[in-house]
Design a protein around this ligand. Structure first.
Ligand SMILES: [Cu+2]
Length: 154
């Protein structure tokens, strides 16, 4: 019985973190909307690396036409886990603060993926709003080491 109570407490703690994360992601995603697989998309391959302490995405800038769908093909070619979180800079900043408290948050959502070394993942995204959006790795220290990029939508 005691262990049942403990596991309920653990589930609650996880849900609280989940709710905060959802808040940071925004109800309506800040960078647009999850893509429609039945519609055409342009593929952009983004490689993640972490050689010599420099963590980055290649490319780290993409230009998008408003309304365009992008199929991000993500590849972690580094030696540690990385993530790709696509949002407004403001939301990424808030989410980064949250991850300092919950550094082991896992992301597998329409706008965010966590990738172990050697892993690949895809994000299909429609950029419905113009502006400059950000993709970033919010594992503590990685953003600061260079792991962020922009999608400018016109
Ligand atoms: Cu990273």
């Amino acid at each position: 019985m005691k262990s049942l109570v403990l596991s309920i407490a653990a589930v609650l703690a996880v849900s609280v973190a989940g709710i905060s994360a959802a808040g940071a992601h925004g109800e309506a995603y800040s960078a647009g909307t999850p893509g429609n697989p039945k519609k055409p998309a342009r593929t952009v391959t983004v490689i993640m690396t972490d050689k010599d302490g420099v963590m980055k995405y290649e490319p780290n800038r993409i230009a998008v036409k408003k309304g365009e769908q992008i199929r991000f093909v993500l590849e972690n070619k580094g030696e540690v886990k990385h993530e790709f979180i696509l949002a407004s800079m403001h939301d990424n900043k808030k989410h980064g603060e949250l991850m300092k408290k919950f550094p082991h948050m896992e992301h597998d959502e329409p706008n965010s993926k966590s990738l172990e070394p050697g892993q690949k993942a895809e994000i299909l995204w429609q950029f419905t709003k113009s502006g400059t959006f950000e993709f970033a790795c919010l594992i503590p220290g990685h953003y600061e080491a260079g792991m962020h990029g922009t999608a400018s939508v016109k």
